[in-house]
Every structure is written in structure tokens, then in C-alpha cells.
Design a protein. Structure first.
Lengths: 282, 303
């Protein structure tokens, strides 16, 4: 273990460490704690200058309820769900297949196709912006959730292919060889032999892509514009102009908008971190 | 999936499936990726040689857009800010390593602490931007009272052209440090304990141990951290858009943001000029993409 475990140090060092960790955490999360505090304050606290003290009365319940009843926030949240979930399914499905093809078969051009997916995944969004917007317009999908979903699926396939292919490479090849000797067709090998082994990769990837897509802002602004279609990251701007200078409401709104991926992370922590750190250890 | 029972087609498929199967599996993925990612890159290069408002006929103008870029003050401001982002964003790597070392203990409840330190990364950059904009806000934010404790006079971080970019980068570092931290925590888990003990017996400790024993073993984590941080720095858009809209006076623009503004702002759509900016950004990124692919290729050959 590095650094030296504190249990091996003196009692004084141990006590200091125990005190230091929560203190550091509070400092680290200070901006967020400030917003969390704002979100449970009544309006009056802001006009009376009671900014960082305890709330004069607990208004969390009213504020958060108002986010759902007095604004388009539920609509934006629903849009986010309808954009994120199909994207996750689509990108994971496509990349299970591409990852399988690139991970299992040896054929000419394999590595170049793989590199194409990897390179595309790193490209700056702006180089795609004008043509993709134009393409979406021409397909009649501008300002629709479907238009956004199709693009997200395509773009995420790059990263997902990288992930799946490396995962499949690490699977024992003997299983596939044995199935081939038995005369099992390639499609059945994919479906019955490899796919069940990919479950952990599918879980990790789904959580990651969910977070990436939920948090997307750029493509939401480029490809959608109204309350009917925009996800919550873009909708929060409209929400904030509705509640201009009402910091308790804007804070509550932001927390609601940020919550789904946070919950996803805490529920699926193991998968999330496994996905994120793939490649960090050899 | 069931396969046709017709013996003839079955035979044909069986004979050729090793050649056909990979392409069958690849076809949908390649089609999507080519249509939405690969082809648009070439289209953008092409559009950068036209003057185009996105609706009418594009007018070919040769290198005119690029020539204009050379005289565009806003372009240089954006480019300079991109350099600042790139350099300062890399602080996320030592920052993440520092927190990872700090938290790499086996105290009770440590798992929860690690998750709580990490979770800024999960929040959307839009919300991070809002949170920090309010944090810096001179009227309601905690920033001024906080620096007041150390004797600094109040400042309007996001309202001053000299500080605005640093203010946004600091906000961007917050989730990025968390990301690097988790990479290093995973890396530290995999550090060989026997080597550490052996080095300890040889009298190595502190910095020496970190530099000569630990860091070499963390190389894969560092590599990934550099890649994601550089890409993240060049992709910075959301926070700038949310916190300042590129202001004040365009002083916090970066290429990614300026490109968007030129192409889709209310002052008229200049798609050709925007595409030219995107091409410049793409070429900068290409250096890193090439480096990454080259390393990957070397590893693939090795295995």
C-alpha cells in the first residue's frame, strides 16, 4: 500500500487524518453545498440578505414542488429520458456487433476499421456540426428527438466499439473455437456464447452512455430548439430565464436536472467505475 | 436467430460464414458511423472553402475564409484561450493524483468518501457551470467572502476579461480532477504491494518512493488521464456557453465556442467561416488522435 496505511502511524496522525478527510470533502463540495442550501431557502432569505446562514424556514418542499408544477421541467426531464434510453440501447446493440466482429475475426483491414472508430470518437464536435445539422434538416428530423437520438447512437458507437472490442479480446478464445468445432454457426456463437459473457461490459457501458447522453448540451442546442424536444440540459436555460434572480428556484431546478445521472452513479457504482477506468490498469 | 433449413443455402452460408460474418456484424455500425461522423468531417473541409448562410447556394471562395481568420482578432483570442485551457487543464492530473494518494487508505467509510469526491464528474457540465457562476457571483456567491478570509479584496471573476477564462477553467478542473482521481485510485489498487514493501526495506519513502516506485506503475493511468484531459480541454464548450456566453467582450471564447457562435448565432449564419474554424480545431486535435493511435498500434503489434 502506498502511501503508508494510517493504521501503522501514531494515534495522533490517525486522529488528524480522520478529521481531515471530512473537512477536505466539505471544501471540495463547497460550491455544490452552497447551491443545495439555496435550494431549501425561502424567497425572503434572499431579499433580507440571509444568504449563507441557516434557512429562516425550511422551504425545500415548496421549492422542489414548484419546479415540477410551475415550469416545463417535467417535460424536459421526460425528453431527456426519451433521448437517453433509446440512445443507450442503440449504441450498445450496434457496438456489441462491431466489437464482436473486430474482436473475434482476423481479416484484412480489421485494425484500420477499429482505428476509424477510435479516431472518430475523439473528433471535436464542431467539425461535425454544420454537416450533421444539415443532414438532420434534410431528413426532416431537425427539432425532433429522433434526429438527436440517431446522431448520438452513431457517435457513441465509436467509443462503445473501442470498449467492447477490447473486452471481447480478453475473453477466452477456446470457448469460441470449441463451439466452431461443434459446427455452431457464427451467428449462434455470437448470440449464445459471446453475448452472455458480455453482460458486465454491457452494464458498464450502459451506465456510462446514460450519463454522457443525459449530460449532453452541445448537440441538444444544435439539433433541437423547443420545449417539445429539448432535453433538460438545454431546458435549464429557459427555466432560469423564467425564474430570473430567484436563486432558490434556479438552485432547486439545477439539482433536479443533475440528479438522474448522480442516482445512476450511486446505484451502479461498480459498473460505472469499471467502465470509466477500463484501460487505466494493465 | 434461426437459420434457413434449406440445405443448399445452409451449405453456402456454412462454407462462407467466416468471411461474411464479420461484415454482417459490422455493417450497421459502419453505416451509422460513416454517415454521421466520417463523411461529415470531409464535408466540413469542403464547406470551409465556401461562403454559405446554410440556406441559399454556397459560393465558392477558395481560401478566403482562412485568409480572414488570419486577420480576425476574435480568432486569436479564442486560440490563446485554447492554449490556456490545454495547459491549465493538465493540472487535473497532479490534482487527481494528490487526492487519490490522500484517499488511498482503508479507514471505515472510505468507500463513501471516495464516491463523494468523485461525483462532481457525474454532474452535467451545464449544472457545474451554473453552480460555479453563482459561486463566483459577487452578490450571492461564497467566493468573495472566502477569499476575504485570506485578505483579498472582492472581485468579479466572470465580469473581468483578465480573470474570466481562469475562473471557467477552475470550474472545469473540478470534475476533471475527480475523473483523474478515480483513474489513479484504480491504478493504486493495482500497484504491486511486494515491490512497495521491498522498496520500503531498502529505505525508500515519501517522494522518492512515489517517483521511482509508484509512478512508473501508474503509467497506464497517467496515459489515460492525459488523453481524456487534453480531449476535455479542447472540447470545452458547455461551461463557457452557460457561464459567460463567451463574454465579457468575447474574452472567454475558445475555438469550439467561437465556431458555434459564427455558424449559428443571431448575427447571421456563416457556415463556411465556422467550418474553417472547425478545421483548425480538428487539426489541433488530430495531433493527439495520431499520437493515441500510434501508441495503440504499437501495443497491438506487441500483443
Amino acid at each position: 500500500m502506498f502511501p503508508t496505511p494510517v493504521e501503522r502511524r501514531s494515534a495522533a496522525v490517525q486522529a488528524t487524518y480522520r478529521a481531515l478527510v471530512p473537512l477536505a470533502l466539505i471544501l471540495w463540495l463547497l460550491p455544490l453545498l452552497m447551491v443545495a442550501l439555496f435550494s431549501v431557502k425561502p424567497d425572503a432569505d434572499f431579499t433580507q440578505g440571509n444568504l449563507w446562514g441557516l434557512p429562516s424556514s425550511f422551504a425545500g418542499f415548496e421549492n422542489y414542488t414548484r419546479v415540477f408544477t410551475d415550469s416545463a421541467m417535467p417535460r424536459y426531464l421526460l425528453n431527456s429520458v426519451f433521448i437517453t434510453v433509446p440512445t443507450v440501447i442503440g449504441a450498445v446493440a450496434l457496438s456489441c456487433m462491431t466489437g464482436f466482429a473486430l474482436g473475434v475475426y482476423r481479416f484484412k483491414g480489421n485494425i484500420w476499421l477499429f482505428f476509424m472508430f477510435v479516431a472518430g470518437n475523439f473528433v471535436p464536435f464542431q467539425i461535425l456540426m454544420v454537416p450533421v445539422r444539415d443532414l438532420t434538416l434534410n431528413m426532416g428530423l431537425y427539432d425532433t428527438r429522433l434526429g438527436l437520438v440517431l446522431f448520438h447512437i452513431a457517435f457513441q458507437t465509436g467509443f462503445c466499439t473501442l470498449f467492447m472490442r477490447n473486452f471481447i479480446r480478453a475473453l477466452p478464445r477456446e470457448l469460441i473455437e470449441a463451439a466452431r468445432v461443434e459446427g455452431v454457426s457464427e451467428i449462434r456463437i455470437f448470440w449464445y456464447v459471446v453475448l452472455p459473457l458480455m453482460r458486465p461490459a454491457i452494464a458498464a457501458l450502459s451506465v456510462l452512455i446514460f450519463t454522457f447522453i443525459w449530460n449532453d448540451y452541445f448537440w441538444a442546442v444544435v439539433l433541437t430548439q423547443g420545449v417539445e424536444t429539448q432535453p433538460v440540459t438545454a431546458g435549464i436555460t429557459a427555466f432560469n430565464s423564467q425564474f430570473r434572480a430567484a436563486y432558490h428556484m434556479m438552485s432547486a431546478g439545477s439539482i433536479i436536472a443533475a440528479l438522474p445521472p448522480v442516482m445512476m452513479f450511486f446505484l451502479m457504482q461498480k459498473h460505472f467505475i469499471a467502465g470509466l477506468t477500463l484501460g487505466a490498469v494493465k | 436467430m434461426s437459420i434457413s433449413s434449406d440445405t443448399e443455402t445452409r451449405g453456402w452460408w456454412h462454407r462462407n460464414q467466416m468471411q461474411l460474418a464479420p461484415w454482417l456484424f459490422l455493417a450497421p455500425g459502419i453505416a451509422f458511423f460513416a454517415l454521421y461522423v466520417i463523411y461529415p468531417i470531409f464535408q466540413s473541409f469542403n464547406i470551409s472553402f465556401y461562403r454559405w448562410d446554410g440556406l441559399g447556394e454556397p459560393v465558392p471562395v477558395g481560401f478566403e475564409n482562412y485568409r480572414q481568420l488570419l486577420d480576425d482578432r476574435a480568432f486569436y483570442v479564442s486560440l490563446r484561450n485554447n492554449v490556456k485551457w490545454l495547459l491549465l487543464y493538465l493540472l487535473a492530473i497532479p490534482g487527481g493524483l494528490f487526492i487519490a494518494l490522500f484517499l488511498n487508505q482503508q479507514m471505515r467509510g472510505m468507500r463513501l468518501y471516495k464516491s463523494l469526491f468523485f461525483f462532481p464528474f457525474v454532474i452535467s457540465q451545464v449544472v457545474v457551470g451554473l453552480v460555479f457562476a453563482w459561486f463566483y457571483n459577487p452578490a450571492i456567491g461564497l467566493w468573495n467572502p472566502l477569499i476575504g478570509l485570506f485578505g483579498f479584496s472582492p472581485m468579479n471573476v466572470l465580469g473581468n476579461p483578465n480573470t474570466v477564462t481562469y475562473g471557467i477553467i477552475a470550474a472545469g478542473l473540478w470534475p476533471q480532477i475527480a475523473y483523474c482521481m478515480i483513474l489513479y485510485l484504480t491504478g493504486l489498487n493495482a500497484v504491486d504491494p511486494e515491490q512497495v514493501e521491498a522498496a520500503r526495506l531498502d529505505g525508500a519513502k515519501g517522494w522518492k518512493m512515489l517517483w521511482y516506485v509508484i509512478l512508473p506503475q501508474l503509467k497506464p493511468a497517467t496515459f489515460i488521464a492525459v488523453v481524456v484531459t487534453v480531449i476535455g480541454a479542447l472540447r470545452s464548450f458547455d461551461m463557457i456557453s452557460v457561464m459567460t456566453n463567451g463574454g465579457p467582450f468575447g474574452s472567454s471564447r475558445v475555438l469550439a465556442y467561437y465556431m458555434f457562435e459564427v455558424s449559428l448565432s443571431e448575427y447571421g449564419f456563416r457556415m463556411g467561416y465556422g467550418a474553417a474554424i472547425a478545421v483548425v480545431l480538428f487539426l489541433i486535435m488530430l495531433v493527439y488522435i495520431a499520437f493515441f493511435l500510434w501508441r495503440m498500434w504499437r501495443e497491438e503489434r506487441g500483443s
